[in-house]
Each structure stands twice: as structure tokens, then as C-alpha cells.
Write a protein that binds this ligand. Structure first.
Ligand code: PHE
Length: 378
């Protein structure tokens, strides 16, 4: 008969009683269930499964038990610890799922909200188109030349072979600038100072400033006394080109125009010249480019009407011609040795047909709702 082992401390045995283990386990389970967040659960875990937790301490007491009690107590403590660990893992998963769901709601991005409350500006399409045209010619070795917008009548008209009584010089077409001393309208007409009506005076200045050969492209703002409407504006932008060299012919002009429309509109578009008159060129021509939208097809095929060229097949660009020898002489260039060609056109008009803009006022009014869709590029 084996006598009960009385050699261990009854106080220690107390900690391993089934009710005690159950109490520790239940306390741990209650604390786990009550943990409201992951941080709190971490503390509960340390308190109930850490080295100094009641169950860990109880586990340590097992060694002090008599052999016959060890297995039983070990099983009880082990089961209690297993239950606590399982509950911990379960609660951990629950709290993580709650956190994830909350983060999804709190950090949700509403992709329909405006991405930018202070909209960035955009370059005006006129500027971009003008730059693009300049680039085409700079790539061919032309220089960009600029001049004053308030111009001497001599540069704007006389040097360009406009006779003194030419209708373009009338006050209905040209803004004359009054002398600083003020005076009447008639004084203005006689001031000899105008708002330039084209950028041709820049060509005159270029020829006077340089020795030939001269290859310049002259972009700029020009003024005419037109009323503002859907197709006219008293201030508009122009690009004019001038080439002076030995042996230049109309073939060079035509080749340059063809190159320009291909560079700006793509493909193998061509241009055509129609006889015209300008005082500063001889011969002179109006230049048209083949319609970049229908490529001329609408003119021959009634089933394919084209809005861009009104089914003409061609779009009017501007004027051109061989520089009049009288203009060369006025600028000190020897017409016996040099010849040249020039052309000029309005950029608003090109922008209009290039982008199907129906009202010129949209281009010049400066409303960002018009400008923005062009962004930084056209
Ligand atoms: N200067 C002309 C205009 O403003 C355009 C042009 C330039 C015509 C060069 C022929 C040659 O209308």
C-alpha cells in the first residue's frame, strides 16, 4: 500500500487544483474576449501566457508534485493553456479582420473626386502652334526674327512698295498712333506711326540688319481695324517667312510650303498657288493646302462631304510670292544678284481649321475652359 506523499508544500499544490486552473483559464478567456483592440490583446497575451502569467507559474509548480499527481496536473494545465492560446489566436484573427475592414472604409479613395483643386494652367494653343511652326523652320536653318508692334509707317508700308494712296493705309484698315503731344484724328493719320498690320516690317528690318543670305521666320501680333466677330479680330497672330539668297525661285517657295504643311499636318499633303496681287511680291499668289481631313477626296466624291474644307478639297492658308525687286532695293539688297520668296498667314485661322473651332472669339477671349483641353500640347 502506498502512503500519500506528504512531502510537498500544500500551498503549491493549491495552485494546481482543478478549480484554480479553471479559474485562471476562465479569467484569461474573459480577458481575451474583452480585449477591444489588437494593442489590448497584446497586453492580455503577455498577462495570461507570458512567463509570469498564472498559468505559466502553475506549470512550473508541476515539477514539485509527487509523480502520481504530475500527469494529471500537467494535462489540466496543458489543456487550459491550449484553450487560452486558441482563444487568443481566434480573437487576434477577429480583431485583425475588424481593423482591415475599418481601414478599407477609412482609407477608401473616391476616384470621382477632383484630383486637383487648383487647376494648373495650360499654354494657349496659339502660342503652342506658333512655336511648332517656328520649330519647323528653325530645323531648316531659319532664324526667328521679331520687331516692334508699334511701327513706323515706312517699315509697314513704304519699304514694302505700298504706294502712298494704297487703300490699306486708310484709317478704316490701319490703326494710326497719335503723336505723344496728342492732337486730332488727322494728326494721327499723319504721325507716320501705326500698329503694324502684318509682320512684313520685320522682314524689312531683317534685310536691313543682315547681309544676304537671309532666312528668317517672323511670328507676331498684328492689328487691323476689324470688328470682333466669329471670323475677324482686330488683334491677331501671324507668321511670315522670308528667304533671300542667290538663285531662289518659285520652285523653292513651293517646296518650302509643301514641307511646312507636311511637317504640321502629316502625310504627303501638297499646296497649290493661285495668282494674286501684293505690292511687296511679284509674282504673288494665294496659297492653299490640300485638306488634311479628307485629303481632297470630298471635292471629287459627293458621298464623302468634308466639314473642314466645306468639300472644297483645299484650305486657304495665306499669301506668298517672290520678293518684289523694289523691296530688295529699298532694303539695300542687290536685285541683280539676289532673289527671294516670302509668305505669310494668320495663326488663328490655322488653329480654327486644324481643330474645328467655329468662333474666333473662343480663341482670343482667354477662357480657361477653352484653353485647358489643349493642355500642354496640341
Ligand atoms: N503680308 C501679307 C499679309 O499680311 C501676307 C504676305 C506675306 C503675302 C508675304 C505675301 C508674302 O496679308
Amino acid at each position: 500500500m502506498s502512503a500519500p506523499n506528504k512531502s510537498y508544500d500544500p500551498v503549491e499544490v493549491e495552485a494546481l487544483k482543478p478549480e484554480e486552473i479553471e479559474r485562471m483559464r476562465d479569467e484569461a478567456l474573459a480577458a481575451i474576449a474583452a480585449a477591444a483592440g489588437l494593442e489590448e490583446l497584446r497586453e492580455v497575451k503577455v498577462a495570461h501566457t507570458g512567463d509570469r502569467s498564472p498559468l505559466a507559474l502553475a506549470n512550473r509548480e508541476i515539477g514539485a508534485l509527487p509523480p502520481q499527481a504530475k500527469a494529471e496536473a500537467g494535462k489540466r494545465v496543458g489543456q487550459a493553456r491550449g484553450a487560452v492560446n486558441k482563444a487568443l489566436a481566434g480573437r487576434q484573427a477577429e480583431l485583425e479582420a475588424e481593423r482591415d475592414a475599418r481601414v478599407l472604409v477609412e482609407e477608401a479613395v473616391d476616384v470621382t473626386l477632383p484630383y486637383d483643386r487648383v487647376p494648373a494652367g495650360a499654354r494657349h494653343p496659339l502660342t503652342t502652334l506658333s512655336d511648332r511652326i517656328e520649330d519647323v523652320f528653325v530645323a531648316m536653318g531659319y532664324e526667328v526674327a521679331e520687331g516692334p508692334e508699334i511701327e513706323a509707317e515706312w517699315f509697314n508700308f513704304d519699304a514694302l512698295n505700298f504706294p502712298p494712296d494704297h487703300p490699306a493705309r486708310e484709317m478704316q484698315d490701319t490703326f494710326f498712333v497719335k503723336p505723344l503731344s496728342g492732337g486730332s484724328e488727322t494728326d494721327a493719320a499723319e504721325s507716320g506711326v501705326v500698329l503694324r498690320t502684318h509682320t512684313s516690317p520685320v522682314q524689312i528690318r531683317s534685310m536691313i540688319d543682315r547681309e544676304p543670305p537671309v532666312y528668317v521666320i517672323c511670328p507676331g501680333r498684328v492689328y487691323r481695324t476689324d470688328e470682333l466677330d466669329a471670323t475677324h479680330t482686330p488683334v491677331f497672330a501671324q507668321v511670315e517667312l522670308l528667304a533671300i539668297d542667290e538663285g531662289l525661285t518659285m520652285a523653292d517657295l513651293k517646296g518650302t510650303l509643301d514641307h511646312m504643311v507636311r511637317a504640321l499636318f502629316g502625310g504627303d499633303l501638297t499646296t497649290r498657288l493661285r495668282p494674286a496681287y501684293f505690292p511687296f511680291t511679284e509674282p504673288s499668289a494665294e496659297m492653299d493646302m490640300q485638306c488634311f481631313a479628307c485629303r481632297g477626296e470630298s471635292a471629287v466624291n459627293p458621298d464623302r462631304p468634308c466639314r473642314t474644307c466645306s468639300s472644297e478639297g483645299w484650305i486657304e492658308l495665306g499669301g506668298c510670292g517672290m520678293v518684289n525687286p523694289r523691296v530688295l532695293t529699298a532694303c539695300g539688297v542687290d536685285p541683280g544678284r539676289y532673289s527671294g520668296f516670302a509668305f505669310g498667314f494668320g495663326i488663328e485661322r490655322m488653329l480654327m481649321f486644324r481643330h474645328s473651332i467655329e468662333d474666333m472669339r473662343d480663341i482670343i477671349e482667354g477662357d480657361v475652359r477653352f484653353t485647358l483641353p489643349f493642355g500642354m500640347e496640341i
